[in-house]
Structures are given as C-alpha cells and as structure tokens.
Write a protein that binds this ligand. Structure first.
Ligand SMILES: [Zn+2]
Length: 163
C-alpha cells in the first residue's frame, strides 16, 4: 500500500502524503495538516498489525478489534455525487483523515479476507524492505511486496549458493 509506505516507519511529511492522495484520485482541494499526517501515521501503525498477522485467524482477530474500536454503522455514500455509491464505516463523509484511512482500510481488508479465506496481505519477506502489501492473488500466499523484491532476493540467494 503506497499510503502506508509514506507513513511508515516515520510519520511522513505532508507533501509526500498529499502526492499519494492525489495519485489515488482524491478530489481537490485536499486539506491536510501535520496533525492529520500524525493521525494517518497512527492509523498506518494499527493497520501494519493486520499485515503482520501470521495467519488468517489472527488477521481476522486484529481486524475485528480495530473495527470494534473505530468503525461506525455501515453507510452508503456518493460524496454528493462525486463517486459511485460505496460503503463507508467512518462517522461521516468529512471524517478526519486518520479515521478515514483506518476504517476504510479495515473494511476493504475484511471483505478481501472473507472473499479469499486467507490473510488479506503480508509484510515483504525481504529484510531490507519489510513493506506491507495487499494480496489479491488466487495462488499461494505471497512473500514479497513486489516483483522487484522477489527478483532481488532470488538473485541474492543464487549468489550465496554460488559462493
Ligand atoms: Zn519488498
């Protein structure tokens, strides 16, 4: 998740978080303060626990805890006609950024978990990366965040064997 990547491990800066939100088509004008970024960072830390869960049962447990603590009743919205109808579980359409990130990510990850009956993502197995990733694949569990990390680790393992 690109947004988590700019928010972890540090809180990230307003400019880089804004760039990711824009890249994802968040409508202008986007108002984002340093305090918002700090809240987004807190949300990202909580979400990292979902990705770090060792199995589907633990991932479900962490998601349930986060939803119980932060989510409201499901609500359909178009944001005043800007988007197609979709579900939100935050308190209102102008909820703080941190609340939005945490609740919308938990909802999406919970749906994905139920759909695949598997962990909704993981943490990249590359020791130099450790980024979280969402796993929407139908194959076995993924180990790396990207083809780039998978290739780098494969080459490193090959070199080690060759020596
Ligand atoms: Zn990686």
């Amino acid at each position: 998740m690109d947004l988590l990547d700019v928010l972890l491990p540090g809180p990230g800066d307003v400019a880089s978080v804004l760039a990711v939100l824009r890249a994802y088509g968040e409508p202008e004008p986007i108002t984002l303060t340093a305090a918002d970024v700090e809240e987004l960072h807190e949300a990202a830390l909580a979400l990292y626990e979902v990705f770090a869960a060792p199995d589907v049962d633990r991932a479900a447990e962490v998601l349930n805890e986060l939803l119980a603590r932060h989510a409201r009743a499901p609500r359909l919205t178009t944001h005043g006609g800007t988007f197609p109808w979709h579900l939100h579980v935050d308190s209102h359409d102008d909820a703080p950024w941190g609340e939005w990130l945490l609740t919308s990510s938990c909802l999406a990850l919970a749906v994905l978990l139920a759909d695949r009956q598997a962990r909704p993502g993981g943490i990249c197995a590359s020791a130099s990366c450790r980024k979280s990733f969402v796993d929407t694949g139908s194959g076995g569990p993924r180990r790396y965040c990207s083809a780039r990390c998978a290739t780098r680790e494969r080459v490193a393992a090959h070199r080690k064997r060759a020596r």
